[in-house]
Write a new protein. Structure first.
Length: 135
């Protein structure tokens, strides 16, 4: 039986697969761009030219990049028997929602979605093995 744990945030996902006592760690990097809002006129006064920020354009681009990132992660975990998703912020929740919406077979294998802080590679491996009670 293959047990899989996915630690995921907006920058990268660590996938730990444990099967027959052996473990494998895979990293999937996201290509989600970070944009810096630049605005203001660079003057002390409120009048003057202002830069208009098109938030919707950036948010739409980020949404498409996030969807592609999730597709890349799904391609690595599609043959698992049990899945736990964990990580900081809300990316783990977004990933779970994506699985429930577009990948029903994989979503049925989700055992839990857990909030977790940043971890080292070894801590991630140990966390997954401990979660599934594997040793």
């Amino acid at each position: 039986m293959k047990h899989t744990g996915v630690w995921i945030d907006n920058d990268k996902a660590y996938i730990v697969e444990v099967e027959n006592g052996s473990e494998k760690l895979t990293t999937v990097k996201s290509n989600i761009e970070r944009f810096k809002a630049k605005g203001g006129s660079g003057q002390r006064f409120k009048s003057g030219p202002q830069d208009v920020i098109k938030d919707s354009k950036y948010l739409e681009r980020e949404k498409h990049q996030l969807k592609q990132y999730f597709e890349d992660v799904v391609a690595k975990i599609k043959d698992t028997n049990a899945l736990v998703i964990f990580g900081p912020a809300g990316t783990n929740q977004k990933f779970s929602k994506e699985l429930n919406t577009n990948y029903n077979t994989l979503a049925s294998k989700i055992k839990d979605v857990v909030k977790a802080d940043s971890m080292t590679d070894n801590q991630i491996k140990a966390w997954v093995k401990d979660y599934f009670k594997l040793n």
